[in-house]
Design a protein around this ligand. Structure first.
Ligand code: FES
Length: 188
């Protein structure tokens, strides 16, 4: 049985008009994170200058509308910021900037946080940098033990798939998925 999920105007705006969609050639850092449970996957590209400022940020998301909206908002929040500021991005900040998310969609914002951090990790690795507080990325956000970090707003067992991509592409997901099939706006 399907259930109607209410979204804020901002979520709908970023879903219908996502900002910063695409990829960056020779990006300073690229991060890809998925959620095996729902099958969604997100990739973030960063262009970082010599002063550690994020000049550009792009994303490709294969996932639900909330995942598209959270990716879009996350890129907006870190664009023009320093690496250190971007490191502080939390899924909570993404949710707040979007005017909130329904409880069953909170985990979508976690993908955004993790993908940004994974891209920063890649940047740090490429440049032999140690960024304080940055954890090694995970391929699947389910691997991250959020409870240990005191972040209760994690993936709920009640998460539903009603708004999911009709392709039901969970079984085809991997960080190596071809970029041209990566971005999707389910439900359209
Ligand atoms: S990221 Fe899994 S349902 Fe949105």
């Amino acid at each position: 049985m399907s259930q109607i999920i209410e979204y804020s105007e901002k979520v709908m705006d970023h879903f219908h008009h996502p900002r910063n969609v695409g990829e960056i050639e020779n990006a300073s850092g690229v991060g890809t994170v998925g959620n095996a449970r729902c099958g969604d996957i997100m990739r973030i590209y960063l262009d970082i200058d010599e002063n550690r400022m994020i000049k550009d940020c792009r994303f490709k998301t294969f996932g639900c509308g909330a995942a598209v909206a959270t990716s879009s908002m996350a890129t907006e929040l870190i664009k023009g910021k320093s690496v250190e500021e971007a490191l502080k991005l939390t899924n909570k900040a993404v949710q707040e900037a979007l005017g909130g998310l329904p409880a069953v969609k909170v985990h979508c914002s976690l993908l955004a946080e993790e993908a940004v951090h994974a891209a920063l990790w890649d940047y740090a690795k490429k440049n032999n940098l140690q960024l304080e507080g940055l954890k090694p990325p995970v391929n699947d956000i389910e691997e991250r033990d959020r409870s240990a970090e005191g972040s209760p707003e994690t993936h709920s067992a009640e998460d539903t798939a009603e708004t999911h991509s009709p392709e039901g592409a969970a079984e085809t997901h991997s960080p190596e998925d071809t970029p041209e099939t990566f971005y999707a706006k389910p439900g359209e």
